[in-house]
Design a protein around this ligand. Sequence first.
Ligand code: NAD
Length: 476
Amino acid sequence: MKCNYIGDAWVGSSNASRNLNPSDLNDVVGEYAAADATQAADAISAAYGAFSGWSLSTPQQRFDALDFVGSELLARKAELGDLLAREEGKILPEAIAEVARAGQIFKFFAGEALRIQGERLASVRSGVDVEITREPVGVIAIITPWNFPIAIPAWKIAPALAYGNCVVFKPAEPVPGSAWALAEILSRSGLPAGVFNLVMGRGSEVGQALLNDRRVAAVSFTGSAATGMRVAQACAARMARFQLEMGGKNPLVILDDADLKVAVDIAVQGSFFSTGQRCTASSRIIVTDAIHDRFVKATVTAMARLRVGDARAAGTDIGPVADAGQLEQDLTYIDVAQREGATVAFGGTLLHREAPGLYLQPTLLTNATNAMRSSREEIFGPVASVIRVRDYDQALAVANDTDFGLTAGICTTSLKHAMHFKRNAQAGMVMVNVPTAGVDYHVPFGGRKGSSFGPREQGRHAQEFYTVVKTAYTSA
Ligand code: NAD
């Protein structure tokens, strides 16, 4: 059994969880100790105890630890990518790229640790200096979802440590393997005992214990909107800092003047790659009249070429759905959409492969309206709806008519429309002629409205969440 990491010890538990390979449910990936609320409290104690020392650590110490982790992730990307593909179900090239990205993120924040800056201003009073500095926040609880089992933990853990905080990390239940592998590397990175801790286990028990403990100064959460609301309420009740990244219902607008081939590629990649299980996936494809029929026909043709199968088999384009509960949710929405009047233009059914896996055909729904539940609620699977509109103005209105605001994309060759869309799309990230999913690791990531709350993640902007500002006045 793989254990939790608390203080500098690997700690077992009487309860274990087994994670299954969604490409082959007969394949048990591993057994992982399930922590309980007491072990969560122990991890917080360890982190709390380590904070006074780590908060004063030098930039060089932080650089060395983060750079070590980054280098090892990059060196082991093939091996860890295989584990990730096996437990989460994204295809091997995507999984390897995710591990590499996690490595790059650690390297980026290793550099940031050397570049923590302050400001010095002239005071309005003579003989007084004013300095503005950034200090670490304290113990940070990091709670993550299953769909990016190593990149999301990386983009929270790396800045937390770079800016001098201590971490208690709780990964999502279906993907303890990638989390454990990352923790194991961190355990050898030279961090003092207690600076980083891993507690695997149920959200309702371990996660909730982290939210309620007054020694946890801040919570960085990525996951569903429903859990995000719980995080917000628990943190607000005790005035803890929190940051939420939640769902999306991302629009991709295709205008008459789009390059059809580019538009189809972007729609297929954005909607169905990673089995559509990306918060940034295109789920509402909003298409103007004159290109609509050609776009649907070409997209269906492209979808028919996608090979759905074992995530680790050569040639697979789309892996399985990550777990049984998610598959049920996908099928329910496909059914609901049809009852509401949408048409399944492609897909919609389960696929059977040699091994028992959670295989769903990528699904394109046409004749959809923006009022349908399938257009308003996050599905989080390989399912996208095509909504037909008159013109650009209507497309923009439909794109913005949503409770979410993570990414918004447009395919057009019109500079005028591209510029207008960039300015007026109500989303944290706007994509012109690139897929709604797929972002750089050195620039801010986050959304608006129901998709996000709090400062941005990633890039230099991450310091807003992971530091507190101090203003000091000095007179000699
Ligand atoms: P989830 O909300 O079910 O779980 C997320 C995490 O919260 C897990 O670690 C879970 O154990 C924990 N949790 C559950 N209940 C808790 C509680 N009461 N207290 C504390 N923690 C608790 O989400 P999921 O199913 O793992 O992930 C899918 C969701 O994540 C989708 O909605 C997706 O859009 C979202 N997501 C968002 C982004 C983004 O950056 N916006 C990125 C990836 C995924």
